[in-house]
Design a protein around this ligand. Structure first.
Ligand code: NDP
Length: 401
């Protein structure tokens, strides 16, 4: 019986709310708080109707305001804060958790608003303060980062003596029928995918122009999809925690139409994060673009197809080279039927709930700041199968990479 405070009432927050409420023996009291309270109320009504959860409250909070967060945490007294608002708020929410002595979990690493740069240094710097306070921060517990880190830890624990090559492959083979839309917060998503690509090789980071390395990879039950190397945040923690890795890369699928839209958006300056003057006001082009693009939370209704995300790993077992592929396919329509949102939000929200469950049940414990690959993968992998994200694995297969 534990209390969870969920911060952020977007697509991911909606899924976390549903999944926590489906497990009332762990999450007996839930508070969903976000900037706009009416969005929390709408989610709460749907969750209560569909799950019958008895103790589900809502509140308004500005997650960039530490005193406001501290007051909310003090009044509700949660055992964990599940942060699924935006990466800009990671540090303020961690500060509030430190002040109140409450465990913390998120799905995306901190990004300063004024530089499109995401790395763990800012959050790893909280290690000593969380350890001294006797509380735990679990970083990056969505799907990627999150499940991909757990998949890698599972491979290391059960299938390899050493892993050498890791390729994380992320396909969205779904169709939402819109000319252009992003599957999670457009501002965060466009900042991520318009950066230079970056991967790790032989102890250094190799930087490449955006979308300049492409390969058609085959995804289970989907077939071939053009996949591009991009930088993704879990690479940073995985190469730190698995130092036998000689190379680690991240591939994401993009359709030609999507890339054309993205190129135009960039060429006309709409991906900019510097404010421009418009009719006497300061406007950030990317923030304005977010306001006119479809809300990812609304894409679910007619979304068909699957996501397929997994890890392709090459290494050594008993002196012999071995290959291994582990993946999950998630159906957009099934995710929508269960939670009212599409598979990208679903695949992020389910692991966030499971990570919180691990902490609340004491299956993941420790004092300080942790990336999920540092924690025991076994109970998490069991819950993935039970909670809607079943995984599959294949040994000694052609990895194509
Ligand atoms: P949305 O934009 O749909 O939702 C974000 C929510 O946060 C909104 O409800 C918004 O409120 C709220 N919010 C924004 N600023 C504040 C603030 N200052 N105080 C309180 N609430 C605030 O995003 P998603 O649900 O798509 O994504 C949520 C998170 O999940 C992001 O951090 C994203 O990076 C991460 N993510 C992680 C993935 C993974 O696999 N690890 C994959 C996909 C996403 P309002 O509605 O009022 O604007």
């Amino acid at each position: 019986m534990s209390k969870a405070l969920i911060i952020g009432a977007g697509g991911v927050g909606r899924v976390v709310a549903y999944k926590c409420a489906q497990n009332p023996e762990v999450f007996s009291d839930i508070l969903l708080a976000s900037r706009t309270k009416s969005k929390c109320d709408e989610i709460a009504a749907a969750v209560k109707r569909d799950t019958g959860h008895k103790s589900f409250e809502t509140a308004a909070v500005d997650a960039e305001n530490v005193p406001e967060l501290v007051a909310l945490i003090r009044s509700f007294q949660p055992d964990i804060v599940i942060h699924v608002a935006l990466p800009y708020q990671d540090l303020t929410i961690m500060d509030a958790c430190l002040e109140t002595g409450v465990n913390y979990l998120d799905t995306a690493n901190y990004e300063p608003k004024d530089v499109a740069k995401f790395e763990y240094s800012w959050q790893w710097a909280y290690q000593e303060r969380f350890a001294e306070r006797g509380i735990m921060a679990v970083l990056g517990c969505g799907f990627d980062p999150g499940v991909t880190n757990v998949f890698t830890a599972h491979a290391v624990k059960h299938h390899f003596d050493e892993i050498h090559y890791l390729d994380i492959v992320d396909a969205n083979a779904g169709s939402h029928g819109k000319a252009f839309a992003t599957n999670f917060n457009p501002e965060i998503n466009i900042r991520e995918i318009t950066q230079n690509g970056r991967y790790y090789e032989n102890g250094t980071w190799v930087e490449i122009p955006p979308h300049s390395v492409m390969k058609a990879l085959n995804y289970p039950e989907i077939g071939p999809k053009n996949s591009y190397i991009i930088f993704h945040e879990e690479l940073e923690s995985l190469v730190k925690h698995f130092p036998t890795l000689k190379r680690a890369r991240f591939w994401m699928t993009f359709g030609d139409e999507y890339l054309t839209h993205l190129r135009v958006i960039q060429n006309i300056g709409m991906a900019g994060i510097e404010p421009v003057k418009f009719k006497g006001m300061d406007i950030v082009p990317l923030e304005f673009l977010k306001a006119v693009l479809p809300d990812p939370g609304d894409l679910g209704e007619n979304y068909s197809g699957f996501t397929s995300i997994g890890c392709r790993i090459r290494g050594i077992k008993d002196g012999k080279e071995r290959t291994y592929y582990i993946w999950n396919n998630c159906s957009h329509p099934d995710a929508f039927k269960e939670t009212g949102t599409q598979a990208v939000s679903y695949t992020t929200g389910v692991p966030a709930m499971i990570g919180a469950m691990m902490v609340l049940q004491g299956k993941w414990s420790g004092k300080g700041v942790f990336n999920v690959e540092q924690l025991n993968p076994d109970p998490f992998m069991t819950e993935l199968n039970r909670c809607g994200l079943p995984w599959h694995e294949a040994l000694d297969v052609d990895l194509e990479l």
